[in-house]
Design a protein around this ligand. Sequence first.
Ligand SMILES: [Zn+2]
Ligand SMILES: [Zn+2]
Length: 152
Amino acid sequence: MKYKGMKLRKVLGYWVLSLSYSKTVYLHRYIWEEEYGSIPDKMILHHKDGDGSNNDLSNLELMSHTDHRRTHAGWSRDEDGWTHKPCPNCGLKPLSEFYKQKNGYQSLCKPCSLEASSKFDKEHIEATRKRKREYWRRKVAKEKASLHPVDD
Ligand SMILES: [Zn+2]
Ligand SMILES: [Zn+2]
């Protein structure tokens, strides 16, 4: 295969272009840079349709590592930014449905996370009740045993 007279080969699903004997570059990066200029170090060129060999410019999107990770994790967005992310328990939900954390959002949505923590609370409360009941049962039994028999 040739691209503009240069050698082209496919490596792990991506086209790799040989610029010279020792210099190679991914074809998608080459195509993008020819059109828009050099790609900043911290940016990633993403294939929108998931096909690493489809290097049509309309299939390529420049994004940050964070955005790229989110895209592959199934987040969705509009022109203003991210709007939805998937909850592992119930699927895609608006970001407002998630509690914020230091580094972003909780994995579970609010209802799922409340359910998970109330299940934990219920189990905790039930265990405490059981312990208290057992304590009183023993205490009463002990006091009864220590009572001197009284005459009617
Ligand atoms: Zn990607
Ligand atoms: Zn959920």
